[in-house]
Design a protein around this ligand. Structure first.
Ligand code: ZN
Length: 493
């Protein structure tokens, strides 16, 4: 690379209420004016909008890349219907696929939502779906898997009565079916990241359930450069992270940053395992009728004491209101000042105030509210005024960040922004519209920089007015260009 500064001029860019030229040198915005002299690398934007590049603050990137290649059963309206979709896909695929040793490959489908099905996932339906192949269906929220008899034997659960396995055991099976060779996975990851850049994304927070440092350093050494990556660290890898001297916010390379310590304390709404103060309807007297506290407070405290003393900040999954209370209690007891709660789907008013008082970030996924509004009305009756809140957080002064939790929802921040602003999808009546954000607030929660002199040139060029367009337009804008540190990662201009 030459010693001379590398410059780029974006001409006639609309930023807020003005049209200006933007001079970018060595990856930063160094001047915004309408009299910037010509450079060799001039790009005319013809008044298109320039906004800060978008971040998806919660993804499982390998799973997202894999999901794009798998059968999607999210449209199934019953267990029988889901099994039928699997049957049809297997029949269409022809002869049973086998590995090098002649063993049948596991058939994996994603996205089932049994929360509102009239029948329950069961062995008989799934066994009838396909001859011989192990079949694994992963639920839309990832908190349960549904296996046929062959798969139960393969994954160590022979004799299981229904084939429906939840939480920690489900995650273990997902990790096994997702363990494809790097040589197969990495090209899929590259492709998914290129697609992300084309949506205006400049960064992702990856909570893949793996030792993510290694995966991302390998990919970046191999040329991956489409987005910035901040990676999470699960409890089983915390000792290793500390031994390697990692701390939150540490830059390992231009695009790779150390993220947070991820702990999953409770389950999910769809699986009725989110840990709540109230019982789930119809579950009175049953075990786990209020959900499942996978990591109780004393255990959480032990985990977080260790990581926070090493400078690794927490990102704790808590969905139910009681789980959120426990996590806030733990942050408070340990004096954690830069905590973050992932999902925060059901939160009491008192706890919203505590998020603000303790400086805890709320990392939420507005598109989940659209996916789960009916399930929330069913499983959290009378409490949905406190479910998937956005406005309440902002008004209380809580720092809010938006994500997709891909593969749970598609990796596209515009879906999150549109849902946050409109609280609706597919023309339905808005759901709890009193919790809507303005487009400016939703964008603020989806970005980490500003379009201003001195800022890193992480930018997106969009074909619509992102501040006044209706929610359905915000769901699918044309992104004309994306820059990461002043380098085009997507460009149609
Ligand atoms: Zn997640």
């Amino acid at each position: 690379m030459s010693a001379a500064a590398e410059s780029l001029v974006l001409r006639d860019a609309r930023v807020g209420d003005r049209v200006t030229d933007i001079l970018i040198t060595n990856g930063r915005i160094v001047k915004m004016a309408d009299d910037i002299r010509s450079h060799s690398d001039d790009v005319s934007l013809d008044g298109r909008w320039v906004i800060p590049g978008l971040w998806d603050e919660h993804v499982h990137f390998s799973q997202w890349a894999l999901k794009t290649r798998r059968l999607d059963v999210s449209t199934a309206t019953s267990a029988r219907h889901a099994a039928q979709l699997v049957h049809d896909a297997l029949a269409a695929a022809g002869p049973l696929a086998v590995d090098d040793d002649g063993r049948p490959l596991t058939f994996v489908a994603n996205g089932f939502r049994d929360g509102t099905w009239p029948d329950a996932p069961n062995l008989a339906d799934l066994d009838a779906a396909g001859g011989g192949a192990p079949i694994v269906l992963i639920s839309s929220d990832l908190h349960s898997v549904w296996l046929n008899t062959v798969a139960l034997e393969l994954f160590g659960h022979a004799g299981h009565p229904t084939g429906l396995i939840r939480e920690t055991a489900a995650f273990a099976i997902e990790n096994l079916v997702n363990a494809v060779p790097d040589s197969v996975l990495d090209p899929m990851v590259n492709e998914a990241a290129t697609d992300a850049a084309a949506r205006g994304i400049v960064g992702i927070v990856d909570f893949e359930m793996a030792w993510n440092r290694e995966s991302w350093e390998r990919r970046m050494t191999g040329g991956f450069d489409a987005v910035r990556v901040e990676f999470g660290i699960y409890s089983e890898h915390i000792d290793r992270a500390i031994a390697e001297g990692l701390h939150t916010g540490q830059r390992l390379s231009e695009l790779l940053t150390v993220g947070r310590h991820k702990v999953i304390t409770d389950g999910s709404l769809g699986t009725r395992t989110a840990f709540c103060f109230d019982e789930y309807p119809g579950m009175a007297g049953q075990p786990d009728s209020r959900g499942l506290l996978v990591v109780p407070p004393d255990e959480l405290a032990a985990h977080l004491r260790r990581s926070s003393s090493a400078g690794i900040s927490p990102a704790v999954h808590a969905i139910g209101d009681a789980a959120n209370t426990h996590v806030l209690d733990t942050f408070e007891a340990l004096g954690i000042t830069r905590g973050r709660i992932e999902h925060a789907q059901l939160v009491t008013d008192a706890d919203i105030a505590r998020f603000a008082a303790l400086g805890v970030e709320a990392s939420v996924q507005p598109e989940h509210a659209m996916d789960d509004r009916d399930i929330a009305d069913t499983f959290w009756p009378g409490r949905t005024a406190h479910a998937f809140v956005l406005r309440s957080f902002v008004d209380a002064g809580v720092r809010l960040v938006l994500g997709s939790d891909a593969p749970v929802a598609p990796l596209d921040p515009w879906f999150a922004i549109a849902s946050a602003v409109g609280r609706t999808r597919d023309g339905r009546e808005p759901w709890h519209v009193e919790q809507a954000l303005s487009a400016a607030e939703a964008l603020r929660a989806s970005t980490r920089t500003d379009v201003a002199v001195g800022e890193i040139a992480d930018l997106a060029v969009v074909e619509l007015d992102p501040f006044t367009s209706p929610p359905e337009a915000l769901r699918a804008p044309t992104v004309a260009g994306t820059l990461v540190g002043g380098r085009w990662t997507h460009r149609t201009l």
